[in-house]
Design a protein around this ligand. Sequence first.
Ligand code: MTE
Ligand code: QUE
Ligand code: MOS
Length: 797
Amino acid sequence: MSNHHKNKKSYEEMLAEAKNDLTTGVGRSVKHESAAKQVSGEAVYVDDRLEFPNQLHVYARLSDRAHARITKIDTTPCYDFPGVAIAITAKDVPGQLDIGAVLPGDPLLADDVVEFYGQPVVAVAANDHETARKAAMAAVIEYEDLTPILDVEEALAKEHYVSEPHTHKRGDSSEALATAPHKVTGAVHIGGQEHFYLETQISSVIPTEDGGMIVYTSSQNPTEVQKLVAEVLGVSFNKIQIDMRRMGGGFGGKETQAAGPACIAAVVAHHTGRPTKMRLPRMEDMVMTGKRHPFFNQYEVGFDDEGRINGYEVKLAGDCGYSPDLSNSIVDRAMFHSDNGYYLGDATVTGYRCKTHKVSNTAYRGFGGPQGLIMPEIILDDIARQLGKDPLDVRKTNLYGGEGRDTTHYYQKVEDNALPDMIADLEESSEYRKRREEIRAFNASSPILKKGLALTPVKFGISFTATFLNQAGALVHIYTDGSIHLNHGGTEMGQGLNTKVAQIVAEEFQVDFDTIHITATDTDKVPNTSPTAASSGADLNGKAAQNAARTIKQRLVEFAARHYQVTEEDVRFQNNYVLIRDEILPFAEFIELAYFNQISLSSTGFYRTPKIYYDRDNARGRPFYYYAYGAACAEVIVDTLTGEYKILQADILHDVGASLNPAIDIGQVEGAFVQGAGWLTSEELVWNDKGRLMTSGPASYKIPAISDMPVKFNTRLVENRKNAEDTVFHSKAVGEPPFMLGISVFCAIKDAIASVSDYRVSPAIDAPATPERVLWAIETLKQQSKTEEKTASTETI
Ligand code: MTE
Ligand code: QUE
Ligand code: MOS
């Protein structure tokens, strides 16, 4: 045995240390593995990598028509610029042109027709980015205009779809509506959202032997980038290696949209034999890449005197843009969440996937869920105003629970519903009732400034609804110094996935977090991975890594039992030590011993989610392994002369089961809430009548800033409520669910507006509720009140 363990501790010292708990394992607020490096600037993103000799930079020339036939492309003027290596069009793609994620429809470069303003047509590679840009702008592209459809309502009326409508149905909703004591009907536009990740889309490609490529990319879906790069080049998948260390934010925007730049760079590298990088400038990124789907939603809902819903008909029309991308699953998820946490009675929910000549919309935190989930919140507000009740009471009346009221409109049973307790808890801790009275009094005596309050819940289904995606793999090596190399199929986008998975492995081996080196996601290490999406990164990859660790651990236990002539139960891993009945060894020494005894110290791990299934044809099943829950209470103040507003206070209670890392989870909850509030308040996408995106930079597209944070922000995680299902350490997914807590801000703004009509009218307002829209909604209510007053005074004469 080696003798490099110099300052050997005594047996008693080691035993004393081993009695302590590990301080960096599961459930601890270990700091994000990249935090310090991100603050100091040492964290490496794709654009920070050292460039290679002969490196090329690519710029894409985009279509300036929403819908047109290409009649001419001439790239000869591009070559007038010194330093230009190549200008490519669709004709130069050696393999498959289409890079559609699920269904075809997304040509890498436009071929024959363009279908949105901003579609890449020509890509130019040069020695530097600026030369590539100038040369790309010199290409001659001529078009013959075709008629675009730019409006989702028009697409819906014309049945202009990217795929067929689909319905979830329980009971006879039309009969229920016909006999309902009361009804509300309405229609609302819900806006889309730009991802605004800090790092724009980027990929850097190096040609290798045998037609292969190494691709450094900022992608949530390395396996799909591998597949698509292989397909556009016409080579087998095993020639392509993807390396993805971290993203500067993804939010769903790098699930499918990262593939385009990677594939364009790969085609250039294929033709030139030179390393090639494609990084989108912010404006091009905003114009070229898909966003959250805007929706146009219509509803007709019947209810009783208590405000209890008994008939529910909702039509959800997603504006998919020009191609399918992930829209099938996204509109499905909107449909799955059009109940939020409420029992709907007889329900018909139909989803439409409308095709418009705009950029193809894609995944964004919540994946269509938010656009469906907001509907019952809008509807329950309408019901409350009509009945003159507090919206919170109407919400509580409709929660799942009680005899025959525990099954969703897609026939999944809601087990373990945390919402009644959580809402009661938050109602008390936020002093909802007291503040409701104070706000009524304030509004009665404040003619211009009006306050609003709303408490809204979230129930979000966890699992990919495309069931096969619920799988993950991992790879763990232990080296002879006891250090551990960890790799898994998930990707780090700031959400803390690597930190959590490392904590899980640390916990299994009972070693400090620092013992574990987290490495870049790499298709050569873990193959055939699912996108890091659907909030399931830690659930899936955490379990896979745990399984890999347990495989190695079991070998170590068997070895120790043999070697020391003890039973397996005598072998314990505890706080950086291995205890073997009366023996104790530091972890590293034990590993070295195992190595010399020819024990394999490397293993893969795999996990698939149990219990879930879904029959889409009959719209029935258990698509979700479990639900995550949350509730938020928001208070706002609105200036009725300008429509401007501020979030005065937000109180949040969120359920993450047994938290893997409370600090990271609270960060996710607060970040998601603010991002959700931004979606519904200041983030407005505007297109002109030619289909051109007018809000293509931070000057015209307003994401929340620090000054938009709630003045008082109280966030709590539910304590002592483990996930009832057998998830990794009984935790729950956290990434997306709290996004929809931002709906409380939208409802609070509507509450403040409703005060103008003494809460008798439910203001009709589209999302986002920008100051302009708020002002117009207030003006409309004021006009209505005036007309009513006049009528009333005429009557009394
Ligand atoms: N948090 C940060 N900081 N950056 C991100 O890009 N993406 C969100 C969420 N939280 C995101 C984030 C989205 S859309 C998802 S699906 C989850 O993180 C993905 O990670 P997870 O499954 O590991 O939670
Ligand atoms: C949630 C998600 C995704 C999803 C379903 C969800 C997601 C995603 C897909 C998907 C579906 C079919 C495919 C595919 C991906 O479904 O992110 O490659 O063939 O990519 O409920 O987040
Ligand atoms: Mo998140 S929208 O599932 O990437």
